[in-house]
Design a protein around this ligand. Structure first.
Ligand code: ADP
Ligand code: MG
Length: 250
């Protein structure tokens, strides 16, 4: 579903991704962990084509989404493919990013209507099913400000799913939540993982990683330092940097 081949990304002089090689199979759940500033969010944005890359190649679902920006010609040729491909990727952010002036239902229906040009009745039916699935069927007519942080994040997940993505990216989805609201969001994510969705989750929730992830990838300083099955990496890390990072979050 995702393949990164020696992906480099820099902002001016600052090298943020220094040659990322990563493959994620369809149906796999990967947790991405690492210290602040190590490049986790940047890697997600490159997978989602919110950022161009400065070297290497990136594929999602077999299609190129990122390439060396020197390859201008290729970029022009593939631009339409890239835009279409991005609608296959759902993204959930730390700060929910719901449309504040729209109801919950309108938040879900907006993109499938405008971007995918699907019929209102069809999208609405799917949106209501998804709200049911995340436990918010009774909030369809509410506005984001009337919901708790945990409820807003569940709406954000349902909104992303309403585009029927093949891949879901989560960037610290519970980091902005009060501790008592974290569990309800993780439960929705766990259900989604068990339904077979391919997921990349940046998180500091090591219990979630251990229970749900097939694989944990540890990044530091723009590199993948170590990766492996969740239980193995968390309980028996091989690299000193992985060990000291885990000691700081566990
Ligand atoms: P993480 O998500 O692991 O905390 P980020 O990917 O957000 O790390 O950031 C990695 C590095 O890239 C940091 O040093 C950050 O300051 C820098 N960075 C991220 N986005 C930008 C940007 N748009 N412009 C300049 N520097 C950036
Ligand atoms: Mg980040």
């Amino acid at each position: 579903m995702v393949k990164a081949d020696s992906v480099h990304k820099s902002y001016g002089q600052l090298d943020v991704l220094k040659g990322i090689d990563l493959e994620i199979a369809a149906g796999e759940v990967v947790c991405l962990i690492g210290p602040s500033g190590s490049g986790k969010s940047t890697l997600l944005r490159c997978i989602n084509h919110l950022e161009g890359i400065n070297g290497g190649r990136m594929w999602v679902d077999g299609k190129v989404v990122g390439y060396d920006i020197k390859g201008t010609k290729l970029h022009e040729q593939k631009h339409n493919d890239v835009c279409r491909n991005r609608t296959d990727i759902g993204m959930v952010f730390q700060h929910f990013n719901l449309f504040p002036h729209m109801t919950v239902l309108e938040n879900l229906v907006e993109a499938p209507r405008l971007v995918l040009r699907q019929k209102k009745s069809q999208v609405t039916a799917r949106a209501l099913r998804l709200l049911e699935r995340v436990g918010l069927a009774d909030k369809a007519g509410s506005y984001p400000r009337q919901l708790s942080g945990g409820q807003q994040q569940r709406v954000a997940i349902a909104r992303a799913l309403c585009m029927e993505p093949k891949l879901m990216l989560f960037d610290e989805p519970t980091s902005a939540l009060d501790p008592e609201l974290v569990g309800e969001v993780l439960k929705v994510m766990k259900d989604l993982a068990q339904s077979g969705m391919t997921m990349v989750v940046v998180t500091h929730e090591m219990n979630f990683a251990r229970d749900v992830a097939d694989r944990v990838v540890f990044m530091a300083d723009g590199n993948i330092v170590e990766q492996g099955p969740a239980a193995q990496l968390i309980t028996n890390p091989q690299n000193e940097r992985t060990r000291s990072f885990l000691a700081s979050v566990l």
